[in-house]
Design a protein around this ligand. Structure first.
Ligand SMILES: [Zn+2]
Length: 82
């Protein structure tokens, strides 16, 4: 699962997900330097693992499954309406 950096102090979230935790921690350091003058991270400033939405392996069904389910519902609703 990819890693994401988020800064609770200013609400910034890394624009991309990193496959390695070290890459997200590098982005954390760069953000601390650029936005907060290199100050120590505050509470809530964290690198965390997140679900990879692009692979569809999270808790939510993938977009293609939702499209299939919608089309099936539309066909069945059309048949029952007659
Ligand atoms: Zn920040």
């Amino acid at each position: 699962m990819p890693y994401l950096y988020s800064c609770r102090q200013c609400g910034a979230v890394s624009p991309e997900r990193h496959s390695r935790r070290a890459d997200a921690e590098d982005e954390q350091l760069q953000h601390r330097q650029a936005a907060h003058g290199g100050l120590a991270p505050a509470a809530g400033d964290e690198v965390r693992q997140v679900h990879d939405e692009t692979r569809g392996d999270g808790c939510l069904p993938s977009g293609s499954f939702l499209l299939f389910a919608f089309l099936l519902f539309a066909v069945l609703a059309n048949c029952w309406g007659r």
